[in-house]
Design a protein around this ligand. Structure first.
Ligand code: IPD
Length: 264
C-alpha cells in the first residue's frame, strides 16, 4: 500500500529550509515587492526566492515530479504533483506581522496525501499524511469539541477583487451576530491549521488557490474537521473552502449559506 509519510519528511525538511530563507530576507532593511492581480495582491522577492529554493530541492530529491507553485505556476497531473505556496500570508510578511507560512503538499491525482505548513517566525510545523493523522511539532492534533454555533470562533478571508470583497464583507457582517466572533488572520494555510488545532472552530473563504489549501486542508481533515474544498460544495459556491469542527459544521454551513456565502 502507498505510504505517504516519506513525502511529509521531504515537505518538512524543504519547508524549514525555505522558511529560514524568508526569515533572513525579512531581516533586511527593505522588503521589495510587486503587485499581481490587483493592487492589494502582492508578491515579494522572498516569495520568488522561496519558491525557487523549494523547486530546486524537489528536483534534487524527487526528480521529474511536477510542481505547481503560486509564483511560477504549473499544472496538476494524474499521479503525484507537489503544490507549493512559498509564502502564504504575503501581506502579513510585508508588514512584519509574524503570521505567514511556507506550505508544501504532495497530491496524488489531485488529492492531498501529505502536507507540511511551516511558520517561520515561530518555528512551528504542522504536518499530516493521509490516513495517519495530523501533528503540530510531532504532537497529535484534534479539533475543538464545540457544539454551539453562537459560541464558535470563525476564521475568514477576502478575495482580491474589490466587487467580490464587498459581497464577502456583507456575508461576514451577517455572520457577526451568529457566532462568538470572527478572525481575519491573513494566511489561509494557518487558518486551516488553526481549525486542526482547535484554535478556530471553523474557517471559510472563497477564491483560494490550490497552494493555499493543499497542505492545510489535509491537516484539518486529518485532525477530524469537516472539510470542503473548491469544487466540492456547490451550495457554498464553486471555489469555496470550508473547514469546521464536526459539532458545529452543519450549523455553520447553514448559517454561511443564509448569509449569502454561496453567492459571493
Ligand atoms: C492569501 C492568504 C489570505 C487569503 C488570500 C490568499 P497569499 O495567500 O492566504 O489569507 O485571504 O485569499 O490569497 O497571497 O498570501 O499566498
Amino acid at each position: 500500500m502507498f505510504d505517504p509519510r516519506p513525502l511529509v519528511d521531504i515537505a518538512t525538511a524543504i519547508g524549514r529550509e525555505a522558511g529560514a530563507l524568508v526569515q533572513r530576507m525579512r531581516a533586511s532593511a527593505v522588503v521589495s515587492f510587486d503587485t499581481k492581480s490587483t493592487s492589494t495582491d502582492v508578491v515579494t522577492a522572498a516569495d520568488r526566492a522561496s519558491e525557487q529554493l523549494v523547486r530546486t530541492r524537489l528536483s534534487e530529491l524527487r526528480p521529474g515530479e511536477p510542481v505547481l507553485g503560486e509564483e511560477e505556476g504549473g499544472t496538476v497531473v494524474e499521479g503525484l504533483t507537489w503544490v507549493v505556496d512559498p509564502i502564504d500570508g504575503t501581506v502579513n510578511y510585508l508588514y512584519g506581522i509574524p503570521w505567514y507560512s511556507v506550505s508544501i503538499a504532495a497530491q496524488l491525482d489531485g488529492e492531498s496525501v501529505a502536507g507540511a505548513v511551516f511558520e517561520p517566525a515561530t518555528g512551528r510545523m504542522w504536518t499530516a499524511a493521509r490516513g495517519y493523522g495530523s501533528f503540530l511539532d510531532g504532537v497529535p492534533l484534534g479539533v475543538s469539541a464545540t457544539t454551539d454555533l453562537s459560541l464558535s470562533l470563525l476564521g475568514y478571508g477576502f478575495a482580491y477583487r474589490p466587487e467580490r470583497r464587498q459581497r464577502q464583507a456583507d456575508t461576514w457582517a451577517g455572520m457577526a451576530t451568529r457566532v462568538r466572533d470572527l478572525r481575519r488572520a491573513g494566511a489561509a494555510s494557518l487558518d486551516l491549521c488553526s481549525v486542526a488545532s482547535g484554535r478556530l472552530d471553523a474557517y471559510a473563504e472563497h477564491g483560494l488557490g490550490r497552494w493555499d489549501w493543499a497542505a492545510g486542508g489535509l491537516i484539518a481533515a486529518e485532525a477530524g474537521a469537516v472539510v470542503r474544498l473548491p469544487g466540492s460544495s456547490p451550495e457554498l459556491g464553486e471555489d469555496a473552502t470550508f473547514a469546521a469542527a464536526p459539532g458545529i459544521a452543519d450549523a455553520m454551513y447553514g448559517a454561511l449559506a443564509e448569509c449569502g456565502f454561496g453567492k459571493v
